[in-house]
Write a protein that binds this ligand. Structure first.
Ligand code: RIB
Length: 307
């Protein structure tokens, strides 16, 4: 097997998800009774890595955890999922990231992240994993780690012919350096994140216009995730909507991560973009039928069984 066959490097931001299930998300100043509370592994990058791994891909995770109880739990979890831990760095000064989450009956959520150690994953640590990045087929990263770190990883990967995917979540608070876009093969924002990148928060733009504007920044392919409506993609010569699968939703948290993990997996398996999005929609749909984020990611066999 060639070294890069089915090999994806994921910049695996990790948060311990502290999730409360309740009838309705409280409004400002309100106190409500929750129905259930769970602590479980999360973080966008880590969820994406778990998803792609459960789909059978060969994954290297690059992550940073605190030297604390959540960090140890995260490490055990990474091991349980079958990841090597060579590029999981421990920060002795900052805590493991956490994410308090509310999930209401409708399945919708509200999330705050406190990234802790994730904010200190640096370019030197990316350098430590450089051989893995260079020999990978796909690199998948996000914005729960510093933008400079993601940018650096994208650049190394791109310069070595590795297909790069940026999931620009959460929405960037500041303008992204224009230089970053040329290193991105596929960008996968939702509409809010896309408007954040364009610095046009709150603007009323059609999905097509948003994609067009992102494409004109120099990204090669835009995949806009549209929640229940599925996804829209635009590349140089093709564009279109790919509908979402209809399922009984329990919890939408992590659906975007399932989408990104599965998209990276399909791209790594050399499926055309359109087919990869179809596959990613399916995986994301399954993840919403279960409570939680990483634990909700389906295995390949479950995806194959779904019609
Ligand atoms: O996308 C869902 C994830 O966002 C959660 O797991 C939470 O940790 C935040 O990173």
């Amino acid at each position: 097997m060639a070294e890069n066959e089915n090999h994806i490097v994921v910049i695996a931001s990790f948060m311990m998800d502290l999730t409360t299930k309740l009838k309705k998300i409280p409004v400002r100043g309100e106190t409500v009774f929750g129905e259930e509370f769970k602590i479980g592994p999360g973080g966008k990058g880590s969820n994406q890595a778990v998803c792609a791994k459960r789909l059978g891909l060969n994954i290297t995770v690059v992550a940073k955890l605190g030297n604390d109880v959540f960090g140890r739990e995260a490490l055990n979890n990474f091991k349980k999922e079958g990841f090597e831990t060579d590029f999981i760095f421990i920060d002795h000064e900052h805590p493991t990231g956490v994410a308090p989450i509310f999930v209401e009956k409708s399945g919708e959520n509200m999330i705050a992240i406190v990234p802790g150690a994730n904010s200190f994953l640096n370019t030197g640590e990316i350098d430590r994993s450089i051989d893995k990045i260079r020999s990978a087929k796909v690199l998948l990263t996000n914005l729960e780690v510093p933008v400079e770190t993601s940018y650096y990883a994208l650049k190394i990967a791109n310069k070595n012919g590795v297909t790069t995917i940026l999931n620009p979540a959460p929405a960037p608070s500041a303008t992204l350096d224009d230089d970053i876009f040329k290193y991105i093969d596929i960008i996968t924002p939702n509409e809010t994140e896309a408007l954040g990148i364009l610095q046009m928060q709150g603007a009323e733009l059609s999905t097509e216009k948003i994609a067009e504007k992102l494409l004109s920044k120099g990204v090669k392919n835009v995949v806009l995730t549209l929640g229940k409506k599925g996804a829209f993609f635009m590349s140089g010569n093709e564009q279109g909507y790919i509908e979402a699968f209809k399922v009984e939703t329990v919890d939408t948290t992590g659906a975007g991560d399932a989408f990104n993990g599965a998209l990276a997996a399909a791209i790594c398996e050399e499926k055309p973009l359109k087919n990869s999005i179809f596959f990613a929609n399916k995986v994301a749909a399954i993840s919403t039928t279960r409570f939680g984020t990483a634990p909700a990611m389906p295995y390949r066999i479950e995806v194959e069984k779904m019609i």
